[in-house]
Design a protein around this ligand. Structure first.
Ligand code: MG
Length: 383
């Protein structure tokens, strides 16, 4: 595989959350016919390359540096591959990330009867020759094809062709490897190309590629539904020295009264999770009449609700908790509360929200008779 060294490095632009080159390597690595992948890079792009590549691709070889032209870069890549004595080589533009297993397999098949093969698409538009913007002639489009990559070759023959072309580089230069093969007298065949092999050169191309990835991801996503659940809980104050909220012990001049540790926020959250899968509430799963839950730490309830969702192959998307009280102050404990919940639920912190509000001294929370809490949870469930 070669990367253009004479244009802007499109292969390092972001496509979804990965560089174009990353997608390209991953797609090539999926092909059984491909044993090793070598990328030709510009010497200035060493760091970009290291950041771009997949970290766990066993087929990826050390990169080599390219030359002044595309042709020279490919030659450097071929020379570097010589030590592995490959039978065949696919030469590919890194800015065409969506190479498929079908194309690679068809190219290999074509090499059974040909020295080289490339994917190509028949030209659908009428072709004009112009001098500036003045049309000089119309070219019949019959038999005209647009060349794509990867282009596949019998290795030793394309290496010889490239070496011979390199000798003449001052007089003749080529824009793809098939034309070097043709010039050298090798036989070259076409296989049916695909629009997905489009080279990403303009912002429009990149937009198309983003849409393509999105469609691919959506079609591979199992069918499912998003569900939302809500939970609400209240616990009254009694004498004591601390309260427990979202698993965090907070010093206070009162305690919350309850059968368990009275973690009102975690109870609301647990009920929201049960609610999202229509699976009852804490009282049903852990009856207050059952002595074994007396003084229990509420993470037992939360873990149970998370487990029930997992059993249904559900995925928690996010949770949002509001704690209502005049005192104690919740803000200073926000991060550690979310850390606790993150650990119990095995959910990233950026999907867990904990907020607090007073009720402007109104009602039972305003009179500091207790604490109330609300929670919502969004869960994806497969159908
Ligand atoms: Mg409760």
């Amino acid at each position: 595989m070669q990367s253009d060294t004479d244009t802007a490095p499109k292969q390092y632009l972001q496509l979804a959350d990965r560089p174009v080159l990353y997608h390209c390597i991953q797609n090539l690595a999926k092909c059984d016919e491909i044993d090793a992948i070598l990328v030709v890079i510009h010497p200035d792009d060493k760091e970009l390359y290291q950041e771009a590549i997949p970290k766990d691709c066993s087929k990826l070889l050390e990169p080599v540096f390219g030359g002044d032209t595309r042709q020279h870069s490919v030659l450097n890549g071929l020379v570097a591959l010589q030590q592995f004595t490959p039978q065949q080589v696919h030469i590919h533009d890194a800015a065409r990330p969506f190479v498929s297993e079908r194309i690679v397999a068809e190219l290999d098949k074509a090499l059974e009867t040909s020295d080289g093969a490339l994917p190509a698409l028949p030209i659908a538009d009428t072709m004009k020759i112009a001098d500036g913007m003045r049309v000089i002639n119309t070219v019949p489009r019959e038999g005209l094809w647009r060349a794509q990559t990867p282009q596949a070759f019998e290795f030793s023959r394309i290496l010889s062709a490239h070496e011979a072309a390199h000798e003449k580089i001052d007089t003749i230069q080529f824009t793809d490897d098939a034309s070097i093969a043709e010039w050298y007298g090798l036989t070259v065949s076409l296989v049916q190309g695909h629009e997905n092999l489009r080279k990403l050169t303009t912002p429009d191309d990149l937009n198309w590629a983003r849409g393509h990835l999105m469609r691919e991801n959506m079609s591979s996503m199992p069918q499912g539904l998003f569900r939302t659940g809500s939970g609400f809980d209240v616990h009254a104050f009694e004498d004591g020295e601390h309260v427990v909220l979202c698993g965090v012990k907070i010093p206070h001049d009162k305690a919350l009264k309850g059968h368990s540790d009275a973690d009102v926020a975690m109870h609301a959250l647990t009920d929201a999770l049960y609610g999202s899968i229509a699976d009852g509430d804490i009282g049903i799963h852990f009856p207050p009449s059952d002595a074994q839950w007396k003084g229990a730490a509420s993470h037992i309830f939360l873990e149970h609700a998370v487990q029930r969702i997992k059993e249904r192959k559900g995925v928690i998307q996010n949770v949002d908790i509001t704690i209502m009280c005049e005192r104690p102050k919740i803000g200073p404990h926000n991060v550690v509360m979310r850390e606790q919940l993150s650990e119990i639920m095995d959910l990233p912190m950026d999907r867990i929200s904990v907020k607090a509000t007073t009720t402007e001294k109104l009602g039972f929370t305003g009179r500091e008779e207790g604490i109330a809490s609300l929670a919502t949870a969004t869960v994806w469930l497969p159908e």
